[in-house]
Write a protein that binds this ligand. Sequence first.
Ligand code: AMP
Length: 332
Amino acid sequence: MAAKKKKIAKKPTSTTAKKTKTTKPPVKKGEKVTSPKKSSPPLKVIRTIREMRKYLGQVRGRNQRVALVPTMGFLHEGHLSLVREARKHAAIVVVSIFVNPAQFAPTEDLDRYPRDFSGDRRKLKHEGATVIFAPDPAEIYPESFQTFVDVTGVTRDFCGASRPSHFRGVTTVVNLLINIIKPDMAIFGEKDFQQLVTIRRMVKDFRLEIDIMGMPTLREEDGLAMSSRNAFLSPAQRQQATAIYRGLRKARRLLDSGERDAAELAAVVLDLLREEQNLEIEYVAVCDPETLERIPEVEKKSVLLVAVRVGDTRLIDNMRLHVRPVRKRKRK
Ligand code: AMP
């Protein structure tokens, strides 16, 4: 591999110039770059609840809006797109990096979940995030901990069916983060569609004073949804995994050609997935994007949800299937 050239930071020409490091990480092909605002304070790393509350107590006094982007780290462009959006809405952007043990079953991949704290910190600094909140598991779940948040209806099917305690872990930790940070808004990816619906439900039911924003899924060039878990895929599995997006697009084309039957739309995805060896289908379903109830026919808005296993790696994806109004062709 060729050695990467480091850009040398220019010395400030004026003595009044603020200390800002200008060394930038290398930019990958296709990567969108937003430069950190000159006024951005240096990226802080906070590991305890006490320190987090103290810090926010100081800055919030200045009437700053706070946005929270919860993550499990090993950040990719999908995560960073949430951070960029957060910066548009809030002066203080808190990114939590916490591989939440409560959302992993004992048989799942908690121990092998990929981690790269220094890489994450470098990326977040470049994006102009304000704070990384990266507590130890014992800080969030001391031995005495015994309270969980359980959203019922929308978590029953799909990922909730195969991972029964997963969403309970997610909503518990998100509720804790909201309580600790008290953000004005929190941003999540639509990639984890059921998670987003579940969090919206929790916020509504608990009357939490926070805006929840959902952002579109960022994809690799071949359409595979970006995910920290993609790192587990062998080149052959990585190729097989592209069948998911190919299937979703085929279903969308079928919808656009007039098909409304949910079983027919799901069938084109299933057929493409079944062509791949060693790809185990968990579910392919068309459902209502708010209630997550399965629907027999697409009327206006719906979402097609997919989960598969490729080897030991579980991948999820989805596509909104909205009936677009028919455009009348202009006569020449
Ligand atoms: P995770 O670290 O996997 O828990 O994800 C943290 C946040 O990033 C969640 O709100 C995810 O939905 C979101 N996210 C993950 N992958 C993507 C992606 N490919 N595009 C957009 N958002 C994503």
